[in-house]
Design a protein around this ligand. Structure first.
Ligand code: NOJ
Ligand code: CA
Length: 660
């Protein structure tokens, strides 16, 4: 076995070579200060805001394989730069994003003949910071990384919302725990310090494993890279830049959601003409199968049959919903399908006439949303990638949902490993060549790549609505959806697929959607995704046309997003301005407790009257006993008003504001 080398990135020279100030970089507004420090033990960093310590001295560095000596580093130089510009998103929660930071680059070199050069790049924004390790061009052309030493030491008494790393799909709950009680958890990891909210995550995960976090003691969060089956974390070429390690710092939970730090730390759009990456709503032959009505596999109850799909297309056309997802259309679903390594992405079942379906859809202005369930047999998928995307493109299908239901990829590697990261990237890049957008289920945790590849529209990686159909735990508790915006949601769009209008579940009576109908509507504003599913069946929507109107109206692309009021795990109020009109939308949701909220409408344009179309819980609504009791009403309001909202237990309110 290789001996491990602990690169402590010690930079003893810095104290003599640089004045104290040289080891600091501040945010543009001067409030956040990031400092690096060299001690005999290695390289550390610390962060303060307004003089208050946010990150106590925390270790940086790597464990490498294949080297038996411990390296020491000299500081070769310290470079500084500043940046301030505003860029326009192809789609997103905000149209314009200001990218404003001060950068410090510390050039480090190992003290040995075979000296390794590493640059520490730090960017400090007004709402947090990010840093990464860059291996510049040098004599070696590759490195084997076993582990990072990266730590984040948070203030004493902090607690964090962590999700266990034991679920390969990130389909678990986030729980608030003292730092020492976090075993291995996923990021985004949201820390409550008592006075601040911190979100620890990463940006631009490229050719590298995901970073999980271990709570080492009551204050120390330590990085843990998800390894290959060989035990190696990453085989990297040199030159190479690791993903950014990021911390957003907020005084209120909403600031974490409003931050664009992760997107700013990704590369600009790599697609020459990304105009095909269009946000959209979709319905699908999907929920009925999860409820046990109909099958993915071919047989008497096969859901994806031409006649049935046409019913969905008719409904979509009638209501202006652009997409219809169809799962179970292709060969491979027989038996215990996650064991099937032979899904065929160009062979439909005999009762699914893809030409007839796509011609029919096109004639009605509707698109088929394709589906590639790979069961995580990625080699089988990669062997068919080009033919599969060409096949769909030939039928006018340019939105594809992918899936990876299997604990390991190819029976061997973790979804979150470098192996997984490489595979997902290959799919995104291939799809982009065919002008095709991706909705990726069972992904590696998103890190903002949609800035570079806007065809990566949305991803799962969340305990979504499907669990409410069949999970033996009974379904996601009402609290789940008021935790998610401040945890998983910080990583980017979520294909949660809400929209339930009928809460009956005869086949799996132990499980249910644990919200009210009004809260299902509010989630379209609260949980962001540029591809939003209306997951219930056409029949259930047709039965409640007044409530369905909100799903028809609600945008999937936003000019601006604010989260003015929230307590993580209790309630949330989100407001967003439509990108294509002057309308504003509001979503408010609560946990299992009923709540009265007063919402200031000061986000609206001043001195203008708006019609508020209000979709609310009826006075006797309750997620458990009376979920479908809702009211639809109108009111004239202005920015000077405060609107009282009643949210039922497990309930919510959705509002559209239209300028008069
Ligand atoms: C899991 C996905 O999350 C779900 O949406 C899909 O229906 C099934 N896999 C089958 O592919
Ligand atoms: Ca899933």
């Amino acid at each position: 076995m290789n001996k491990l080398l602990i690169l402590t990135l010690s930079a003893a020279a810095v104290l003599t070579a640089c004045s104290k100030q040289d080891n600091e970089v501040a945010s543009p507004d001067g409030k956040i200060k990031f400092a690096f420090d060299n001690s005999a033990e290695g390289l550390f960093y610390s962060v303060a805001e307004d003089g208050q310590q946010i990150i106590a001295p925390s270790r940086m560095g790597f464990v490498l394989a294949g080297n038996d000596s411990v390296a020491r580093f000299d500081v070769i130089g310290v470079e500084r730069s500043s940046h301030d510009d505003t860029w326009e998103t192809v789609w997103g929660e905000n149209r314009y994003i200001r990218d404003n930071y001060n950068q410090l680059t510390v050039n480090l070199r190992q003290k040995s003949a075979d000296s390794l050069a590493v640059n520490l790049e730090v960017r400090v924004f007004d709402d947090g910071f990010g840093y990464r390790y860059v291996f510049p061009e040098q004599s070696r052309d590759s490195l084997i990384i076993m582990e990072e030493l990266t730590e984040f030491k948070v203030p004493a008494g902090s607690k964090a919302w962590g999700m266990t790393a034991s679920d390969p799909y990130y389909e678990d709950y986030f729980h608030l725990k003292p730092i020492a009680d976090l075993d291995t958890v996923r990021t985004p990891l949201t820390v409550e310090t008592g006075s601040k909210y911190l979100a620890v995550h990463e940006a631009n995960l490229t050719d590298y494993p995901k970073m999980d976090i271990i709570g080492l003691d009551s204050v120390t969060l330590k990085a843990r890279l998800v390894p290959w089956s060989t035990g190696v974390a990453a085989y990297i070429p040199v030159p190479f830049a690791t993903p950014w390690r990021t911390v957003i710092i907020g005084d209120r939970p909403g600031e974490l959601v409003e931050s664009s730090l992760m997107l700013n730390l990704n590369e600009p759009c790599a697609i020459a003409d990304p105009s095909f990456a269009k946000p959209m709503k979709y319905i699908g032959v999907w929920w009925e199968m999860h409820l046990g009505n109909g099958t993915w596999y071919y047989g008497p109850d096969h859901g994806a049959n031409t006649a049935h799909v046409k019913e969905y297309i008719d409904f979509a056309a009638e209501h202006g919903i652009p997409g219809v997802l169809v799962e179970g259309w292709n060969i491979g679903w027989e038996g215990n399908w996650p064991t099937n390594d032979h899904f065929d992405f160009t062979k439909p079942y005999p009762d699914f006439d893809i030409k007839e379906i796509t011609d029919y859809a096109a004639s009605k202005g509707v698109q088929l949303v394709g589906h590639h369930e790979t069961a995580a047999w990625t080699k089988n998928y990669e062997n068919q990638l080009d033919t599969a995307y060409q096949y769909y493109a030939d039928h006018g299908v340019h939105n594809v949902k992918t899936g990876y239901v299997n604990v390991l990829m190819d029976g061997k590697e973790d979804h979150s490993s470098q192996y997984g990261v490489r595979h997902y990237r290959k799919v995104i890049e291939t799809a982009a060549r065919y002008g095709t957008n991706i909705d990726n289920h069972e992904p590696v945790m998103p890190t903002g790549l949609q800035r570079t590849y806007p065809n990566l529209m949305t991803q799962e990686g969340v305990r979504g609505q499907e669990h409410n159909a069949w999970d033996p735990d009974g379904g996601n508790p009402p609290e789940h959806t008021v935790v998610m915006p401040f945890t998983r949601g910080l990583a980017g769009p979520m294909d949660y697929t809400f929209g339930t209008f009928n809460f009956d579940n005869p086949v799996y009576p132990f499980a249910r959607v644990r919200t009210t109908l009004a809260k299902e509507l509010a989630l379209y504003v609260i949980i962001y995704s540029p591809m939003q599913m209306a997951s219930d069946t056409p029949a259930n929507y047709a039965a409640k046309p007044d409530a369905f109107q909100f799903i028809k109206d609600v945008p999937v692309d936003w000019e601006k997003t604010l989260v003015p009021d929230a307590v993580i795990g209790d309630y949330v109020v989100t407001v967003r301005q439509d990108r294509n009109s002057t309308d504003w939308y509001l979503g408010a949701a609560t946990d299992e407790n009923a709540r009265e909220l007063d919402v200031k409408l000061d986000f609206l344009e001043p001195d203008v009257e708006y019609t508020a179309q209000i979709y609310a819980d009826a006075p006797d609504a309750d997620w458990e006993t009376n979920p479908t009791a809702y009211t639809v009403s109108e009111k004239t309001v202005s920015a000077a008003d405060t609107l009282p909202l009643h949210l039922a237990a497990g309930g919510g309110t959705a509002i559209r504001f239209i300028k008069k």
